[in-house]
Write a protein that binds this ligand. Sequence first.
Ligand SMILES: Nc1ncnc2c1ncn2[C@@H]1O[C@H](COP(=O)(O)OP(=O)(O)OP(=O)(O)O)[C@@H](O)[C@H]1O
Ligand SMILES: [Mg+2]
Length: 395
Amino acid sequence: MQEPDTGGERKRIPSTHISKLQLTDFRNYTSLSLDLRPGAVVFTGENGAGKTNLLEAISFLTPGRGLRRAPYPDVAREGSADGFAVHTTIEGPFGDAEIGTGTAPETANEAGRRIRINGANAKADDMLEWLRVVWLTPSMDALFTGPAGDRRRFLDRLVLAIDAAHGQRALDYEKAMRGRNRLLAEDRRDRAWFDAIEMQMAETGAAIAAARVEMVRLLTAMIGRMPETGPFPQAELSLAGTLEQSIGDMPAVELEERFRQALADGRDRDRAAGRTLEGPHRSDLLVRHKPKSMPAELCSTGEQKALLIGIVISHARLTGEMAGSAPILLLDEIAAHLDAGRRAALFSILEELNCQAFMTGTEASLFSSLAGRAQFLTVDHGSVSATVLPDGMDP
Ligand SMILES: Nc1ncnc2c1ncn2[C@@H]1O[C@H](COP(=O)(O)OP(=O)(O)OP(=O)(O)O)[C@@H](O)[C@H]1O
Ligand SMILES: [Mg+2]
């Protein structure tokens, strides 16, 4: 990874794209095989046709539970005897890869899905060597007004796209914290046990906070490259969290030690609360609309959407420059809150970023300015075919 060039001339970032997507017993798809092209891919179809399901399938090409965070048994097609399978061919600057993921019936539980890359078993993080996937979904429309946990998860996904170790860090922290919470709940007073767990939480917690702070620094620089009064307003980002706020004020080892001490001092308080009350699992990402100098949560629905899109495209640019390949974007119902001018602006930014961008909508007409520049596909309850564009939209 290299430090992005936030000032000088913009070079074209190589694109990574999914050229083939095959689904078996995935949600409402019994069996599907789709050839896909780089650039914009537009899925249209009526409500319930299976558009978001396609994006969800692609979101499984990155670590985690996908864009719906659904339990895996829900993902397998209802009535199917086996688990689900997603198989893809990826083409990009690092070569071609076959990436497959899915669950077998006996493992179709929360615990995990299997991943195979080029025929060999692989870890979830290994997929990040081939592609990075970032999404925006309608449920994120409430990101700025909703609970801090959603913003934290959003931020951690952004970090993961440029720092592959972040996922493991978060898992290790969560695991240690669950261990501590169990000791608290069971009213165990084993000091050595607490010490060991809190040491682990301090190490991983400080690393998580440092990675988030670095992300906000890099992203802020990238957002600064957008025109101040363009279609997607500049966002001002900051972090609220004891660890995040102290980064830069002291060496990392001291921060770690202070957090360890704070955890040790807070055992009685946390025992009363039944859980750990302090740490990066409580942090928040604060966003302001810079041109209006207003907290994002007070902006209009459309303004919030535009802010969020500005963050995501800046992040895509950052990821492209740092990873050496443009990320794949999943933009579910992206056109919904955008006026025609902003839609057109978004489409040309996506082209400039060289991203394969999957977009969904109920009407192809929302994407009319992309006619001739995108792959249009119609989704119809378990099958997908090339869209017959209406008169006037034919390229
Ligand atoms: N495990 C499953 N097995 C079979 N069908 C499922 C499963 N999970 C979800 N579905 C169905 O998949 C259908 C399509 O869902 P999807 O969210 O992809 O639709 P959509 O095209 O995005 O619709 P909208 O425009 O309303 O967002 C729904 O009708 C849902 O009932
Ligand atoms: Mg949908």
